[in-house]
Design a protein around this ligand. Structure first.
Ligand code: SR1
Ligand code: MG
Length: 400
């Protein structure tokens, strides 16, 4: 079938013909519910049984900008293939893929309507007690098992080729590692923070550090990354965590995914001054967020070390001290990438609701400046971070 962007009705007709999903003659209803930057998302439901599925269809352009920004449909293949690998490695932590249609750039998958987008949940002030454990394990397992630490030399290189994703990587190269550090047309920031933004544009040392991190993003094919692991790509309940949307997946530096999780928890931390009614509520939620960052890292480190001890076959990777060196370097790199990802959400295209939903302009500006200061310091001070406690201390010591 030739590509066309589905209407709600066309999605229903397609769903009707999918083998083994709905009974013949089912009364199906469809709603387009996509609110992300890139794709169409349809919720399709059998009115009789209540059974539902999700259709995710890539558009040939970036939805957030429109047809003037063409974008490859191959991202639907990347996403469905990444989800299948992640499900094999971490069953239960990603939605099940039921069907993929290359021509229509369409993935049919498990409906997660019982979950909420984590960013939304955090903005509403909800806490997720098993999230740190789940995401720490997800990071450790997906990064370990797709790397040279676990894969056969040939299989690893074939996977690198399978996940060559130049157009989506270019978005990150521009929006995370380039545009926010210049007066670029794509930037979109609150005029009240212009002084702070210009301070970043004029900071030559910062730009040099960002260049190092960008080069790492572009060249360090360490593991199959999710590639866009912010809190809008995670759905949660109090008991469950699901990682969605890996269309930016590619082989890159492990710290980029870890940094994405840390950055988005800290963006919410920075936003708290504008989200909470009282100082006490603000402090209490910030403590929860910092504890979560700490627990994510500790879970990641514990599981990654365990997998290394049990599964690494290459004799060189068992060389004394190499595991410790790797963990230490990873923490510094995760901090650096987290810093870039915080600054891009304040200065560049595609901001985050944590900050954008603060109605009081002055309070929003303060929160945005705090996010910039934390981001800057994570990048500039990353080499001094020897433990997760160091990282948390660095964040806490930044004055509003
Ligand atoms: C044009 S896409 C903008 C952003 O949305 C995605 O979630 C990625 O973070 C990307 O940078
Ligand atoms: Mg996404």
């Amino acid at each position: 079938m030739e590509y066309r962007a589905f209407s709600e009705q066309e999605a229903v007709e397609y769903a009707r013909h999918l083998p083994g999903i709905f009974p013949e003659g089912a009364q199906l209803e469809s709603r387009e519910i996509g609110d992300g930057n890139l794709n169409l998302v349809f919720h399709i439901r059998d009115k009789t049984s209540g059974k539902s599925i999700i259709f995710k269809q890539a558009l040939p352009y970036a939805r957030v900008v429109g047809e003037s920004w063409p974008l490859t449909l191959d991202r639907a293949r990347i996403e469905s293939e990444a989800l299948i690998i992640q499900d094999q490695i971490c069953p239960g932590l990603v939605p099940k893929v039921y069907h993929y249609d290359k021509d229509l750039a369409l993935t049919v998958m498990e409906d997660l309507s019982s979950h909420v987008i984590m960013r939304k949940g955090l903005i509403e002030g909800n806490r997720y007690p098993v999230f740190a454990q789940h995401i720490g394990l997800f990071l450790a397992k997906t990064l370990f098992y797709t790397s040279d630490l676990a894969l056969d030399f040939k299989e690893k290189k074939e996977k690198v080729a399978q996940f060559i994703n130049p157009e989506l990587c270019k978005i990150t190269e521009d929006l995370v590692f380039t545009d926010p550090y210049f007066d670029a047309d794509t930037n979109n920031f609150n005029p009240l923070i212009r002084d702070a933004v210009e301070g970043i544009w004029n900071n030559a040392e910062l730009r040099r550090e960002i260049a190092k991190l960008k080069f790492s993003f572009m060249t360090d094919a360490q593991a199959l990354l999710h590639g866009d692991l912010h809190t809008g790509s995670i759905m949660v309940t109090k008991e469950s965590t699901k990682v969605i949307d890996p269309e930016f997946a590619y082989y890159g530096p492990m710290g980029f995914d870890i940094g994405a999780v840390i950055a988005n928890l800290l963006l919410n931390y920075a936003a708290q001054g504008g989200l909470k009614a009282s100082e006490q509520e603000c402090q209490s939620f910030r403590e929860y967020l910092l504890d979560t960052v700490g627990d994510v890292w500790k879970t990641f480190e514990g599981e990654f070390r365990r997998l290394w001890d049990v599964h690494v076959k290459d004799v060189m990777y068992s060389a004394e001290g190499y595991q410790d060196d790797t963990i230490s370097r990873l923490l510094k790199e995760s901090a650096g990438f987290a810093g870039c990802k915080m600054m891009r959400r304040v200065i560049g295209l595609a901001g985050v609701a944590d900050l954008n939903s603060i109605e009081d302009e002055q309070k929003r500006a303060e929160a945005e400046k705090l996010a910039l200061a934390i981001g800057q310091s994570l990048v500039m001070e990353r080499q001094s971070i020897g433990s997760i406690e160091d990282l948390l201390r660095l964040v806490k010591n930044i004055e509003e």
